[in-house]
Write a protein that binds this ligand. Structure first.
Ligand SMILES: C=C(OP(=O)(O)O)C(=O)O
Ligand SMILES: [Mg+2]
Length: 545
């Protein structure tokens, strides 16, 4: 083994090693000459090429599920966007440039507009570049950039993967993933987790690594060179762990193991994985592409489709979390310098109460239709006063149980008062980390601060756990922290009463809790709380069990 070792942020657990395949970043910029003899015939090639790319992405979406399917469908829609095609066609005829060059320039204009919009929109620049390169490759009859056909099981190394690339990954041939960029809550991370592929992101220098074979450890966040002659090692699949389906420690202390869902496919996958219910239904995921507010009936039908697999089981429906990384066109705020600190989540409803009331009416209807045991919760709540306002709206809609997310540090610090206003809380560790460390959750450069093992974050969670215990009210965690089997024990020891995660982590977390007692969890929690660093917190928790 070589001593070449790099570290990043482990975002999907497991360890695997094998030959390196580097993902091609982008195609070469097409030249603007020679110009076409017949610009109209040249322009006419663009639409079919875009359609072919969209059809291929749609076909990939059909054989995918959950987040992967949604992302592929969204990317296919970008490829088929008539605005992109017609702008490129006009460039060909007006400037007499080749079709490939015109697509390059038109996509560049779109990318620039997205980048200057900032936040979630800026995140989509990678998607438009991916679509651009695929259409150009189609026009030129060359292989598209991105993940090549893997002839044998391999470890993928990339700057960052386009969502469509990640969504198309086959866990049978992709042993592990290491990227130079990306954060723990980026698309790459969420999808790698849902596919069960070990992954480390924000590994500075991984692209320049000369090693022919590497080992990727998604638990410790390390990447190291290994002997290329050694046989490939596949990840030990956490998903195969034994679990009887009831979330509890070995001494029967109950911790509900729930799932995070965004659409009917996720809900079916969660039910199949044995989730005891849903701890977070992200309703805004249904409307990321909607231009207008969906009607109450449309919402009711959409929610019912997600609730149905959970008849008789608890489901927490989150009201629209619009803004920042998840903008909804029909709830767009004024231009804001810092969208993550702006009018997002519940704040949108203060000025547009009708939107909230109509959504609550639809949720109440879907709850009755589906027979699921529905509660609702609000995102981005900062004060007890806001929590009380939300609870009033929920009661007025005839829904029996109201809660709020704790994802703003102020809400964690006043958890006791917040809990007085509602029936339960659920800690959103993704945003709570972002706001606690003043570190954009989408940004690779600050990814280490968004690690849920940060002792600063654990101490805030401890405050909420204590408040929940004192009030005797349920306190969940529905951020990505809940999906880590070892951290699940620490969260249990901090007083959390339910954990909600992607479907593929359900079994591993259930099994991890079943293997230890509540006293073990409490000891692990105390050990992690007292640790000075992320690595020390993880090691301390590991040392207990
Ligand atoms: C669960 C959370 O919400 P989202 O990831 O949808 O912002 C969170 O912030 O932890
Ligand atoms: Mg959040």
């Amino acid at each position: 083994m070589s001593d070449e070792q790099l570290s990043g942020v482990g975002v999907s657990p497991g360890r695997a090693s094998g030959p390196v395949v580097k993902v091609t970043e982008s195609i070469t910029e097409p030249a603007s000459s020679p110009g076409p003899d017949d610009p109209y015939a040249e322009a006419a090639m663009i639409a079919p090429a875009a359609q072919a790319v969209a059809a291929r992405l749609d076909a990939m979406a059909e054989s995918a599920a959950g987040d992967a399917a949604t992302i592929l469908t969204t990317t296919a829609a970008m490829a088929a966007d008539p605005a992109l095609v017609s702008q490129a066609e006009q460039l060909v005829t007006a400037q007499r440039i080749p079709a490939a060059r015109a697509v390059y320039e038109a996509a560049g204009n779109f990318a620039q507009a997205l980048a200057s919009a900032g936040g979630y929109m800026a995140e989509r620049v990678r998607d438009i570049e991916d679509v651009r390169d695929r259409i150009i490759a189609e026009l030129l009859g060359i292989a598209p950039p991105g993940v090549p056909e893997l002839g044998r099981p391999s470890v993928l190394v990339a700057r960052d993967l386009a969502p469509a690339d990640t969504a198309g990954l086959d866990p049978a041939t992709v042993l592990a993933l290491a990227t130079e960029e990306g954060g723990p809550t980026s698309h790459t991370a969420i999808l790698a987790r849902s596919l069960g592929i070990p992954a480390v992101v924000a590994v500075r220098g991984v692209l320049a690594m000369a090693a022919e074979a590497i080992a990727v450890d998604g638990d410790t966040g390390t990447v190291e060179a290994v002997d290329p002659q050694a046989p490939s090692v596949a990840a030990t699949s956490a998903g195969s762990a034994e679990w009887d389906g009831k979330g509890a420690t070995s001494d029967e202390h109950r911790i509900k193991v729930l799932a995070n869902v965004g659409n009917p496919a996720d809900a079916s996958a969660a039910a199949e994985a044995g989730a005891e219910g849903v701890g977070l239904f992200r309703t805004e995921f249904s409307y990321l592409d909607a231009d207008d507010e969906p009607s109450i009936d449309q919402q009711r039908a959409a929610y019912r489709a997600v609730l149905e697999p959970f008849r008789g089981k608890p489901v927490i429906v989150r009201t629209l979390d619009a803004g920042a990384d998840k903008p909804l066109a029909f709830l767009a705020p004024e231009i804001e310098p810092n969208p993550a600190l702006g009018v997002r989540g519940l704040r949108v409803a203060f000025d547009r109460q009708g939107v909230l009331d109509r959504q609550l009416e639809a949720i109440a209807g879907a709850s009755a239709d589906s027979g699921a045991d529905v509660s609702v919760m609000a995102p981005m709540v900062a004060t007890a006063e806001e929590a009380a306002w939300f609870a009033e709206r929920v009661a007025a809609a005839g829904i029996g149980s109201a809660g709020v997310m704790i994802e703003v540090p102020a809400a964690a610090l006043t958890a006791s008062e917040v809990l007085d206003a509602v029936d339960f809380v659920s800690i959103g560790t993704n945003d709570l980390a972002q706001y606690t460390f003043a570190a954009d959750r989408q940004l690779g450069a600050v990814a280490k601060l968004n690690d849920p093992w940060q002792p600063g974050l654990l101490r805030l969670i401890a405050l909420v756990g204590e408040a929940g215990k004192a009030k005797g009210k349920p306190t969940g965690v529905c951020g990505e922290a809940a999906a880590d089997p070892l951290l699940a024990r620490v969260l249990t020891g901090l007083g959390v009463t339910s954990l909600s995660m992607n479907a593929s982590s359900v079994r591993a977390v259930g099994a991890s809790l079943a293997a230890v007692s509540l006293a073990d969890c409490e000891q692990a929690a105390q050990a992690a709380l007292g640790a000075p660093t992320v690595a020390a917190a993880r090691a301390a928790a590991k040392g207990v069990s």
